[in-house]
Structures are given as structure tokens and as C-alpha cells.
Design a protein around this ligand. Structure first.
Ligand SMILES: Nc1ncnc2c1ncn2[C@@H]1O[C@H](COP(=O)(O)OP(=O)(O)OP(=O)(O)O)[C@@H](O)[C@H]1O
Ligand SMILES: [Mg+2]
Length: 323
């Protein structure tokens, strides 16, 4: 399968100015990660709040600066070094869908203006009737009616606003959609509708989707592969079924133990594995394995050396205890 994205040793750090008398501090939001994304797949990113999911996603579409490493898009453009013209190309191909559908839409613009905005920015010479034609066909694609074209976002429900957000992302006919908690703010039935819409669109348009969510049930439903992050690092990455059936990393194990199971017999025997302590600060990540301060299986070497991120059987994993 073709790689649409090749990420190598990618770091996204934020510098916090320490004030007049204290030193600058560095937030290690994403701290040297490696993964590929294959064309047409849905790859899920999970992990506790603050582990760097959004920092990574935003870096992949130019909303955060890449500190070091590389992210090669479509075998051609290194996002870490891309110039203005290359970013224009990436923005046509990689689109972002935000968490809060209502806040993401400008209340002063009509639906047509919102959906047309990326076209008007990146293709300023496109004729008005061509723009309108594309707006209408994209609205139809996401299940919005053409008679809603002159209405304002505040006249729509949260689910409809997310459809507008998806239409705006799709009007450029991108190859990659990055969904950062894009359904988290919606209620259960609307969430299901938007998930189904994304799945339909993926099939129809052969999209690649990077899907970030706290909801491990949705991730299991929609994704082909899953990447588990902890404190700016990848702990485990593998095919969905294998990872859910046999989590190898102690962190994945703890994370998945909290997912409710539909089968009541399984539920009785399964215990939620609670992790002790707080997520350490990305300002000062632990030496050795970043998970060592909370790992129930920690050994001495885990506290000293950072594990190598390696292939173990059917997946990639970063743990001294798994070989
Ligand atoms: N612009 C910024 N400046 C400084 N620190 C930042 C910035 N953006 C993110 N961070 C910090 O980077 C770390 C990772 O944040 P990020 O938003 O990527 O986490 P996340 O996994 O998306 O969390 P959540 O699940 O809550 O959305 C956090 O400690 C956060 O405070
Ligand atoms: Mg986030």
C-alpha cells in the first residue's frame, strides 16, 4: 500500500518564556515519534488528555510548527521544511475537522460563504458559478439541502454544523482528513450519523483519515490501525483487531481495560486496571521510559533507558518488557 505520510523522529516542542528571572521552559508535546499512514486507511490516535494528539495533528497541517524530524507528505513534501507554495499544495490535500462544530464556523458568514472559503483562498481565479456549483455538490455529498445555502451557522444544530465543517473540508477534494475529536461534542445519535457519514465519504472519495478520539468504542468501530500515545511518545501501534484482542504494552492494556464490553460474561471477569498517579508534565518528562512512573510492571532498566520503538510480531511497540 502507498504511504501518504511518512513521519520520522518528529518533535513538536513549545517554548514557554519563563519571565524575567527564570529560564525558558520547553513543553515536549510530541517527542520523537515514527509512523506511516497508508493511502485509504483510517488510523486512530488515542491517549490521555495532554499526551500530544492535537499537537501532532496540528503540526501535520501546518497549524503548529514542527520542531525537528520529518513528515513526508505523498512522497514529495517534507512538512518540516515546506515553503509557502508547498504548504498551499498540502492545504489542498490535507484538511482538518475541528472538535467544536459551532465555534469553528464564523457566525457572520452564510453556509455558502463558509463552504466556499477554502476554494476562494486557494483558487482565487475560479469563476463564481463554478464555485457555487462545487458548493452545492459538496453540500449534497454531506447531506445538506441546497435551500440552506443562505442561512447562518447559528440556525443549525450541532450535527448540521459538523456537516458544514465536513463540507468545507471536502470542497478542495483532499486526500487526507484529520478529525480531532470531531464527534466528541455531539450527542449519541448525531455522533453515529456523522461517523456513518465519514465512513461513507471515505469509501466514495477514497479518503485517508487520521481520527483522534477519547472514545475507544468509536475508534474500534471506525479505524483500521490504532496508535497509542503517552506523553508525546508512541507506546504501541498496530492493526485494530490484534491490538484490542492482545494489547502488548502495559499502557494500552490499562487503557483498553476501561472500555465497556458488550458481552456480560466477559464483563464479569474483566477488571478495570487503574493507573496510579498523574500524567507527568511534558515540561519535564521522566528519564527512561516515559510511562515508567505509572507502569504496573516497571523494572529498573525502564527508569534509566528510553526503550527503542521496534517491530514486535504484528506491531510496533516501545517497551523494554515486550520482545
Ligand atoms: N501552543 C501551545 N503552547 C504551549 N503548550 C502547548 C501548546 N499546545 C499544546 N501545549 C501543551 O502540549 C501538551 C500536549 O497538548 P495537546 O493539546 O497536544 O494534547 P491532547 O492529547 O490533544 O489533549 P486532549 O486530549 O485534552 O485534547 C499539553 O501539555 C499542552 O498543554
Ligand atoms: Mg486535543
Amino acid at each position: 500500500m502507498k504511504k501518504i505520510l511518512e513521519v520520522q523522529d518528529l518533535k513538536v516542542h513549545f517554548e514557554l518564556s519563563g519571565g524575567l528571572f527564570s529560564a525558558k521552559k520547553i513543553v515536549h508535546a510530541v517527542d520523537g515519534i515514527n509512523f506511516d499512514v497508508f493511502e485509504g486507511e483510517t488510523i486512530g490516535i488515542v491517549g490521555e488528555s495532554g499526551c500530544g494528539k492535537s499537537s501532532l495533528a496540528r503540526a501535520l497541517c501546518g497549524l503548529n510548527k514542527i520542531t525537528s524530524g520529518s513528515a513526508i507528505f505523498d512522497g514529495k513534501i517534507d512538512l518540516a521544511k515546506a515553503n509557502g507554495k508547498q504548504w498551499d499544495e498540502v492545504h489542498k490535500q490535507v484538511q482538518f475537522i475541528f472538535q467544536d462544530p459551532v465555534a469553528a464556523l464564523d457566525p457572520r458568514m452564510t453556509v455558502a460563504e463558509i463552504i466556499a472559503e477554502p476554494l476562494r483562498t486557494l483558487f482565487p481565479d475560479m469563476k463564481k458559478d463554478k464555485v457555487l456549483e462545487k458548493v452545492l455538490s459538496t453540500m449534497k455529498l454531506v447531506g445538506l439541502s441546497s435551500n440552506q445555502i443562505n442561512r447562518y451557522p447559528q440556525e443549525f444544530s450541532g450535527g448540521q454544523c459538523q456537516r458544514i465543517g465536513i463540507a468545507r473540508a471536502l470542497i478542495l477534494e483532499p486526500k487526507v482528513l484529520i478529525c480531532d475529536e470531531s464527534v466528541s461534542a455531539l450527542d449519541v445519535s448525531i455522533k453515529a450519523q456523522i461517523i456513518n457519514l465519514l465512513q461513507d465519504l471515505q469509501q466514495k472519495l477514497k479518503l485517508t483519515i487520521i481520527f483522534i478520539s477519547h472514545d475507544l468504542g468509536i475508534i474500534k468501530h471506525i479505524c483500521n490501525r490504532i496508535m497509542v500515545m503517552y506523553l508525546g511518545n508512541i507506546m504501541e501501534l498496530g492493526e485494530k483487531r490484534a491490538l484490542y484482542a492482545n494489547p502488548m504494552h502495559p499502557y494500552t492494556n490499562a487503557l483498553l481495560s476501561a472500555v465497556p464490553v458488550a458481552n456480560p460474561n466477559t464483563e464479569k471477569t474483566k477488571k478495570i486496571q487503574l493507573l496510579e498517579g498523574e500524567l507527568p508534565s511534558p515540561l519535564n518528562p521522566p528519564k527512561g521510559c516515559v510511562f515508567s512512573t505509572r507502569c504496573p510492571k516497571v523494572k529498573d532498566e525502564c527508569k534509566i533507558t528510553r526503550p527503542i520503538y521496534k517491530d514486535v510480531r504484528d506491531r510496533l511497540i516501545s517497551c523494554h518488557l515486550v520482545n
